[in-house]
Ligand binder design. Structure first.
Ligand SMILES: Cc1ncc(COP(=O)(O)O)c(C=O)c1O
Length: 423
């Protein structure tokens, strides 16, 4: 039936493709056509610049050659759940035990499952803006969207004050730190203030026999932090949050293995059975060989810490160059928020008055065509206002690519503005 009358479901009719992936695909096409473009777009790692730990590769090959090719259990291999639960305890003081760990093929299936656990149609799903992909999950769950806007002053993180204003309407709050797209992290105080708001509300709801606010804490970039920045987990700053927190993590970013598809959820163990069933029905479990390999690696925290340290050095190297080069462009209306973790930097190109642009999309196109600088506007992260904010990702670029791209950008701005930057 071509062009037929399928009458798709409301859910299917409202489905949108990821805007980030669409931009990234067009950038890949430009690169394949020979254009000089620095791909600052994807939240991915090019294996040319960032390789996964050797032990993981050896472990996968060994597992395949030993015949580990059949179905894994839906919740994950017991040895993997055991080593991940020890890891979460060791690194984040979060003790859910092996029964409180459920693995999935990346963070996405466990993220989806955590929403499905609690949200009824019409329930409030609150999230910061800008933030990664929440608007798609609002749609998938038929939830009511509760955007909590961040500001450059709050390093684009949602604040306790803003959350308190909407807390009565919230069933699930998702927080992400370090934040995609800004690379900023909650401090202990900021997170503790938010936890206080949740606990106060939940104590009140308990008295009234109402459903509590649940926190989904997405910490897939938690092992990547800048110097002097410490990642904090809600239970570390407020032990009462244990019952209300679902933690999401993955090797996609921390071990730079986005294509290996292993993520997990840590939650109070009594909540696990429906999630295990859902992951099983979706068939969204990670392949058995990656589970075998990760079980071995996560049982060796010292090896992991060594890997994370060298990764931080290479991310910082790239961020330092970016910061230095973007600072030089402040005369042209360029600014940025200091990155604290993850692989992203939030930068602003305030080219509206001087160069006559009206939308972020116009600025994005100009940067791409004039300088081969491919970046993602905050509109892809739910921001409505056309304020010139963009995400730069350093996962798929080398130091030389950044320098060359910044040289091209500086020249293009100089020509467009008709003058040299001040020293
Ligand atoms: C904040 C955040 N959470 C979750 C994910 C999804 O991770 P995965 O690739 O493991 O599904 C991403 C991916 O970009 C992300 O940025």
């Amino acid at each position: 039936m071509s062009g037929g009358d399928w009458r798709l479901s409301e859910m299917a009719n409202g489905m949108e493709r990821s805007r980030i992936l669409t931009i990234a695909a067009s950038v890949r096409t430009m690169i394949s056509e020979g254009h000089d473009v620095a791909p600052f777009t994807v939240g991915d790692f090019s294996p040319e610049h960032f390789s996964v730990p050797g032990e993981l590769i050896t472990g996968i090959i060994e597992a395949v050659s030993e015949g580990e090719t059949n179905y894994p259990p839906a919740a994950g291999l017991p040895e993997l759940r055991e080593s991940l639960s020890e890891w979460m305890k060791h690194r984040y003081e979060l003790d859910v035990g092996p029964d409180g760990i459920i693995v999935g093929s990346g963070a996405r299936p466990v993220l989806y499952s955590s929403f499905r656990l609690f949200l009824e149609p019409g329930d409030g799903l609150a999230h910061g803006v800008p933030a990664w992909n929440n608007h798609y999950y609002v749609h998938l769950n038929n939830a009511v969207d509760i955007p909590i806007p961040g500001t450059p002053e709050s390093r684009f993180l949602p604040t306790a004050h803003e959350i308190a204003d909407r807390i009565k309407d919230i069933r699930v709050l998702i927080l992400n730190s370090p934040l995609n797209p800004t690379g900023t992290c909650f401090t202990s105080d900021e997170l503790s203030d938010i936890c206080d708001v949740i606990i106060t509300e939940n104590n009140e709801r308990k008295r009234q026999g109402r459903k509590p606010v649940m926190l989904v804490y997405d910490q897939v970039y938690s092992t990547m932090t800048a110097e002097n920045i410490t990642h904090v987990h809600p239970v570390q700053v407020c032990s009462e949050m244990f019952d209300y927190t679902i933690t999401l993590d993955a090797i996609s970013k921390s071990l730079t293995g986005t294509g290996l598809r292993l993520g997990w959820m840590a939650l109070p163990p009594s909540l696990a059975p429906p999630v295990i069933a859902l992951i099983g029905h979706m068939g969204a479990w990670p392949a058995r060989p990656i589970q075998k390999a990760a079980a071995k690696l996560y049982a060796q925290p010292e090896l992991l810490e060594k890997f994370f340290k060298q990764l931080d050095v290479r991310i910082e190297e790239r961020m330092d160059i970016l910061e230095e080069r973007l600072s030089r462009l402040s005369i042209y209306g360029v600014s940025y928020v200091k990155p604290e973790g993850g692989i992203y930097l939030a930068t602003r190109f305030d080219l509206f008055d001087q160069l006559g642009f009206i939308t972020n999309e116009e600025i994005r196109e100009w940067l791409l065509v004039s300088s081969g600088v491919a970046i993602v506007p905050f509109q892809a992260f739910g921001l409505i206002e056309e304020t010139g904010w963009f995400r730069i990702s350093v996962g798929a670029v080398g130091v030389d690519d950044i320098i060359a791209a910044m040289d091209r950008l500086e020249s293009a701005l100089k020509i467009a503005f008709g003058h040299e930057p001040r020293a």
